[in-house]
Design a protein around this ligand. Sequence first.
Ligand SMILES: [Zn+2]
Length: 102
Amino acid sequence: MDCKEVQRCIHLFLKDELDGATAQKFVEHVRSCSECMEELTIEYLLLEGINRLENADDIDVQSELEEKLDRILKRRKIQMQFKAGLFLAAYLLLCIFLLGGV
Ligand SMILES: [Zn+2]
């Protein structure tokens, strides 16, 4: 994913509308590209900051954004593990089925 793509995806990312694989690439890119990270931080601030100012909460946008990025990577990891688990379960069922059929 290049900078242009990432910047096109920022809005979708903030609305949690990216699919798992795209979100992962997105996070990996912003983690290694200070320009896109800056862009993302500004967009996040605009989106979250305004809501928050109305509630007069303290905002620590930087660390919240970091948490959000971490969450996405963790969720992606769990998704992958889940898929691997499903595959294994399907494989075991197939083996049982085949053995049972003999
Ligand atoms: Zn970039």
